[in-house]
Design a protein around this ligand. Sequence first.
Ligand code: ADP
Ligand code: MG
Length: 398
Amino acid sequence: MAKKTVRDINVKGKKVLIRVDFNVPLKNGEISDENRIVEALPTIKYVLEHGGRAIVFSHLGRVKDEADKAKNSLAVVAKRLSSHLNQEVTFVPVTRGKLLEDAVSKLKDGEILMFENTRFEDLDGNKESKNNPELGKYWASLGDVFVNDAFGTAHRDAASNVGIAANIKETVAGFLLEKEIKFIGGTLENPQRPFVAILGGAKVSDKIEVIQNLLKIADKVLIGGGMAFTFFKAMGYEVGKSLLEEEKVELAKELLVLANGKIELGDDVYTGKAFDPNTEKNVRSIDSIPVDEMGLDIGPRTTALFESFIKDAKTVVWNGPVGVFEFPRFSEGTKSVAQSIADIKNQATTIIGGGDSAAAVIQFGLIDGFSHISTGGGASLEYLEGKVLPGIQCVDDL
Ligand code: ADP
Ligand code: MG
């Protein structure tokens, strides 16, 4: 379903509520990765350049007690935002009340303020995270229109997204949310074929619904990483000390039947004796993993097999590294998969969903090799599961 975006409304002279995802990692009070701030700039700049009065807000971390408040203030983010915009960002250190209301009424066209961490409201009965109706209504009352650009929280029903949308005339998507809807939503709805999904990561249990949903839509589902061993076990192989979820073996059997040949697992792995970056590396056929070894990466034949499917794809969705890429010795498979996908960038839509997969691609210097690298962790996963995300649903249809 096509959604309205900030381009579809007139923001001039309007008080524009902008929900962004500024949930940045902090180390000793300093921002250690500003990517989320940078990603939100296009929407904020658009509003300011078109004469809107921007009221920006986000959650940051979890807020369970007063100590969390001190740790998770957005003040430092407002400062960083200000330097990116080259413009003053008025930081309002509260989430409601006269101070905030006065600051809003003082805003002129093209000016911006940011208020404090929306989760400060969680101290008093999880009002933000449980979408307390009074809170959503209050925040909505501060603005004329609502721009939701927080994909990272789109899978949550919060006062700062769904609650505001329910109490304001117009809710539109920002550019970041628009991009996620276009790439993930659009691809799952109407993929160019062949559509190859690559799934990896540690556990089957984290990804069951993604596997189920992609089995319905994709032409091939390539499975690697730790989760492959539960499938190998389901096929009757012994997996040694590899990551195995015994209680999911039956489910893996069912999925293999359901897949009807769509799932490809390959037939070899690199193993080590210990979960250790320096453990000795061996290549093993899947039918001969020694009892004292564990699979830590896909093997060379499997890598070649995966590449043979990827090279002809018109759509690729990748979620989860196919090996322990954090150990250089076992990063080869994940790197090859990333490279094979990057190689077809000009002929295919290629999407990464998943924090660790994105981290892997950044580590390999291949960040420009993909059509879209999703910015949401949990949100991407739930979107790939085929779920309706409340933070997207609450945006007005076009
Ligand atoms: P994403 O964040 O991309 O969705 P996950 O969080 O599901 O990915 O999984 C990432 C983790 O899976 C990585 O830390 C990686 O080391 C681990 N992993 C991949 N392959 C294996 C394996 N064979 N054995 C153990 N862990 C693995
Ligand atoms: Mg992860």
